[in-house]
Design a protein around this ligand. Structure first.
Ligand code: SRM
Ligand code: SF4
Length: 522
């Protein structure tokens, strides 16, 4: 680090252990950890510093670690997917993987003694887990149909990769950015429908044309900053009043992450995200500091941005801009995969597509580049029964965070419960359009309930004098054009009593009909 956080403020315990030893330092110790085993490790190395390598100790399943990858723009090859599948397969019934709400994947069940070997494997196929957790920049999201969509304004893939390379020293680890005050989220959207939820990132780039009406408009991005969800506070990002050309995006990311690193608040961890610094400084001072560090004046934001479509979910078969080619969006219920599924998806991408696989922030998969002539055979693949291209209208949009099965912050079980409840609701109801239901196991909001039509946030409730699992209900989240966050509309519903509440909401607010009545009236 070139400059450090203010030394006068009282540091929280995370800042103290980071000051004692940087998180990235454990990269050189991983062989030793594998040798001595997790029980003999220093507590801060085990519980915290390993996350700088994307390795997460899971107190719920001690000794069975989780590994979080980095997948810029959510893209990987079939070879890489097979490598991930091989890792998961090693752990038999403990092995699984989850597609995440940041277009990424996490592997589960991993033994620490295997990690050096797994890192070698990843290195060979060009995968990295570096700096994917704790006080680092998270997986950078980009348009999931970048380069495929005939209506896209900008192909985000290369920029996202360049930002990741700059921040992580091309996946090897970058001590310049390994001690941020807190996590930091970056997104770039290149389409018209804001497929990445730009507004819930600390820094996001939104397509916008610059120029007077009498000039040829120049393509670039309006910049927004400070979006966050946390237990303490949830905010949509606010305009920085800056427009940049694509060639300026990487430098601007660098400058803003440096300002956050140097000036972000480090005393209270609950108030360390970028938005708290923006509160303290005001957006004008922040913008002035960005310009100063950028080394030249920046243009003000373009008057209007180009997000003027409703958000697409990409589930189904869609024609690409390349004539004769299609992408297939497969619904992966709550993002959960097992080794066999992963091998099978890699095979589908090889046989029918170009070997490429993509993830969406809705925890689904896209297989691009399927020729028209292969579609009929593609539809006969048995795995499409499990990962449908035309799923039910609730399953299609279901998102869930990890929850109590593996996450020690969780107040409730999420994924399995979400699946069971959606199946049951789909058997009871007929819907005419998708309803986006997001589950999240605690107020950290990893499952983004505030962007959902119906968001369910885990909480503890009292039922018959006993503590029980429950949810607070959020509604009104709007994605795509005019995106805004939903708010809490109902508190403390025991999970046991939730299904009829959801059924009524779906009928009253989303036009669902009871299946039997609907059949009779036809
Ligand atoms: Fe998250 C912490 C899982 C996206 C806000 N999140 C955690 C931890 C690491 C806690 C832990 O150590 O157990 C969870 C790991 C559980 C596990 O075993 O899987 C966890 N977060 C996830 C994932 C896997 C949820 C999912 O099922 O998809 C997502 C991984 C994304 C990735 O690939 O990097 C995930 N987390 C998010 C998002 C959504 C987003 O980025 O769009 C948010 C809200 C947006 C934001 O950050 O502003 C989010 N996670 C948090 C927070 C609250 C942050 C804060 O400022 O307070 C925590 C707690 C923390 O960091 O202290 C957290
Ligand atoms: Fe864990 Fe809470 Fe995040 Fe769910 S929302 S993954 S329960 S931290």
């Amino acid at each position: 680090m070139t400059e450090t956080a203010t030394t006068t403020e009282k540091l929280n315990k995370f800042e103290k252990f980071k000051a004692e030893k940087d998180g990235l330092a454990v990269k050189d110790e991983i062989e030793n950890f594998a040798h001595i085993g997790w029980e003999a490790m220093d507590e801060n190395d085990l519980n915290h510093r390993l996350k700088w390598l994307g390795v997460f100790f899971r107190p719920v399943t001690p000794g069975k670690f989780m590994m979080r990858m980095r997948l810029p723009n959510g893209i990987l090859t079939s070879n890489q997917m097979s490598a991930l599948a091989e890792v998961v397969q090693r752990y038999g019934e403990n092995g699984s993987a989850d597609i995440t709400t940041r277009q990424n994947i996490q592997l589960r069940g991993i033994n620490i003694e295997d990690i050096p070997d797994i890192f070698n494997k990843f290195h060979k196929v060009g995968l990295t887990t570096i700096q994917s957790g704790m006080d680092n920049v998270r997986n950078i999201t980009g348009d999931p149909v970048a380069g495929l969509d005939a209506d896209e304004l900008y192909d985000t893939r290369e920029l996202v990769q360049q930002i990741q390379d700059m921040l992580t020293n091309s996946g090897e680890g970058n001590p310049e950015f390994s001690n941020l005050p807190r996590k930091f989220n970056i997104a770039i959207t290149g389409g018209r429908d804001n497929s990445v939820h730009a507004e819930i990132n600390d820094l996001a780039f939104i397509p916008a044309f610059w120029g007077n009406p009498d000039q040829v408009p120049i393509f670039g991005f309006n910049v927004i900053v400070g979006g966050l969800f946390s237990a303490k506070r949830c905010e949509a990002a606010i305009p920085l009043n800056v427009w940049v050309s694509p060639t300026e995006v990487v430098s601007l990311c660098q400058v803003i992450v440096e300002i956050f690193r140097n000036h972000g608040l480090r005393a209270n961890r609950q108030k360390a995200r970028l938005m708290w610094l923006l509160d303290e400084w005001g957006i004008e001072k922040f913008r002035a500091e960005v310009e100063k560090r950028f080394g030249k004046s920046l243009l003000p934001a373009a008057a209007k941005d180009e997000i003027d479509w409703e958000k697409r979910d990409h589930v189904g078969i869609y024609q690409q801009k390349q004539p004769g080619l299609n992408y297939a969006g497969l619904n992966i219920p709550v993002g959960r995969l097992y080794a066999d599924d992963m091998f099978e998806i890699a095979r589908l991408a090889e046989v029918y597509g170009s070997g490429e696989i993509r993830f969406t922030v809705e925890q689904n998969i896209i297989i691009p580049n399927i020729p028209d002539t292969s579609l009929t055979t593609f539809f006969t693949e048995p795995i499409l029964d499990k990962f449908a291209v035309n799923p039910g209208l609730l399953m299609r949009s279901l998102v869930s965070c990890t929850g109590a099965q593996f996450c020690n912050f969780a107040l409730i079980e999420t994924k399995n419960r979400a699946l069971a409840m959606i199946k049951s609701l789909e058997s009871e109801l007929i819907l005419s359009h998708p309803v986006r239901i997001h589950w999240t196991g605690c107020p950290n909001s990893c499952g983004q309930p505030q962007v959902a039509d119906i968001g369910l946030m885990g909480t503890k409730v009292r039922k018959n004098g006993q503590m029980a699992e429950g949810v607070d209900i959020y509604m009104g989240g709007k994605v795509g054009k005019d995106a805004h966050l939903g708010t809490c509309v109902q508190k403390s519903i025991p999970c046991e009593d939730l299904q009829p509440v959801l059924r009524d909401l779906l009928i009253q607010k989303f036009g669902a009909k009871i299946r039997e009545q609907a059949l009779i009236s036809h």
